[in-house]
Design a protein around this ligand. Structure first.
Ligand code: SAH
Ligand code: F3S
Length: 438
């Protein structure tokens, strides 16, 4: 069998895409390998969201040139968002690239691109319109416990900082029958947790005929699953977080008590310039609605510091928002100007050292809040799905997640991936818990 080394950068959408790439190439006789040295094909599934993500790819790509000199049969390809954004220009910079293919539906063209002839470089046709949602052949999933299920591609929002609409294209929802068939298959295989994926999952269904919505999809999956598995979803856009969706999360047994609700900033002036189409007050009203319906719901978020024009007062409003919401966890990023996006051309860019100072202050505050919240959970009993059995390196006998998506380590019990147990929380830290079987 030919050997494929697949290296994945970026978000869950990319991780899910990589499992699809591995599935597509398995049908072409490729097996996965851990090392680049014995690979016949190296594919980098790239990310473009921040400059750092791109630099990582470029520096890795540089090191592969040597491998190719040693083994001229070796093929090297770039997939994903950086490949889509930079397109064939990458060939000028890295002439030894054999394949350049964008994310999403481009995956299904990879075998064709590979077969396109060994002497000629194999390239996509970048001007072609994006196809509608393409049915995925069987992905080669990494876990036997948790599975990604893509329910949509692309994004119709145009946040002024974000490159995603330019790399993944406009929003296309996958037909519900297709999603339910994949879920049925996962249930039959004994999967314990399904995470529904999309850039704005809760906008699901708008462009489908007949029109449907995300809460209907959740209800349909829940009734298939009969409460036997966990359902998660990410990411949600606050604008599409409706009372109907809150009610669905509250009432459906399989839907976990955790919502990732990216806020990005706490100041209305910055939110407006980011074109997030909600105000701080509207966002906080959604949080209140969620907590009224599901008092113990866990909340996480994404935040950007140093967006162009963010002044000290704006940043203070992000901090007070954190204090008001008291998130269980968050991802914070320093604003990174992206080609094609409006905010990259704004004249009032924030200095790098100011961004660094702000992110440090923000993360410190969050660590303190999360530690306080987690201490408040000591002694509670929670359902844990074990994701990993004994791992001597980490000194843990098992690791899993609560329904609220908190990481929990066991030190005594011998548990296996896929076990569901009731655990009592015995120790609390900012980023994880420790527990034992209740
Ligand atoms: N649609 C998804 C994913 C967006 S990208 C969502 O709404 O969550 C993931 C996160 O990266 C964003 O939420 C944002 O916080 C961050 N991000 C996006 N563009 C960025 C940029 N130019 N600089 C810094 N962070 C960025
Ligand atoms: Fe990006 Fe905003 Fe869409 S963050 S993915 S443009 S909702």
């Amino acid at each position: 069998m030919a050997k494929l080394k697949l290296i994945t950068f970026g978000c869950q959408a990319n991780e899910a895409d990589s499992e699809k790439i591995a599935g597509v190439l398995a049908q072409e006789g490729f097996d996965l390998t851990e090392t680049t040295e014995d690979a016949d094909l190296i594919l980098l599934n790239t990310c473009s969201i921040r400059e750092k993500a791109e630099q990582k790819v470029y520096s890795l790509l540089g090191t592969f040139q040597k491998l190719k000199t040693r083994n001229p049969q070796l093929k090297i390809g770039l997939c994903g968002c950086l490949a889509q954004r930079e397109g064939l220009r990458l060939k000028d910079r890295f002439p030894y690239l054999d394949l350049v293919a964008g994310p999403g539906a481009m995956i299904y063209r990879i075998p064709e691109l590979l077969k396109g002839g060994a002497a000629e470089p194999l390239l996509p046709r970048p001007k072609e319109p994006l196809p509608l949602y393409v049915h995925s052949p069987r992905p080669r999933r990494e876990s036997t416990v948790k599975a990604w299920v893509s329910i949509m591609e692309g994004c119709n929002y145009l946040c002024t900082f974000c490159v995603v609409p330019y790399t993944r294209g406009p929003e296309r929802s996958r037909p519900p029958e297709d999603i339910l068939a994949e879920v049925r298959d996962l249930l039959a295989k004994g999967y314990k947790e399904i995470t529904l994926l999309g850039q704005t999952v809760n906008a699901y269904g708008k462009n489908l005929k007949p029109r449907t919505c995300f809460s209907d999809l959740l209800r349909a999956i829940d009734s298939l699953a009969g409460g036997e598995i966990r359902i998660r979803f990410t990411s949600s856009h606050p604008k599409d977080f409706t009372p109907d969706l809150i009610e669905a999360i509250a009432n459906l047994k399989s839907v976990c008590e955790h919502v990732h609700l990216p806020v990005q900033a706490g100041s209305n002036r910055v939110l407006g310039r980011m074109r997030r189409i909600y105000t701080r007050e509207e966002y906080l009203a959604k949080v209140r609605g969620l907590r009224q319906a599901i008092p113990d719901i866990a909340l996480s978020t994404d935040l950007i510091v140093g967006f162009p024009g963010e002044g000290e007062e704006d940043f203070q409003e992000t901090l007070t928002l954190l204090q008001e919401v008291r998130y269980d966890s968050l991802y914070a990023f320093k604003y990174s100007p992206r080609p094609l996006t409006p905010a990259a051309t704004y004249p009032d860019q924030v200095a790098e050292d100011v961004k660094t100072e702000r992110i440090n202050i923000l993360l410190q505050l969050q660590d303190q809040i999360a530690l306080e919240e987690n201490r408040g959970r000591l002694g509670r009993i929670e359902e844990v799905l074990v994701e990993e059995g004994p791992n001597p390196k980490k000194g843990s006998s098992a690791t899993g997640r609560t329904r609220r998506n908190q990481l929990i380590h066991f030190s005594q019990e011998i548990l296996a991936a896929g076990d569901t147990v009731s655990a009592v929380i015995t120790e609390s830290y900012s980023h994880y818990l420790k527990g034992k079987i209740a």
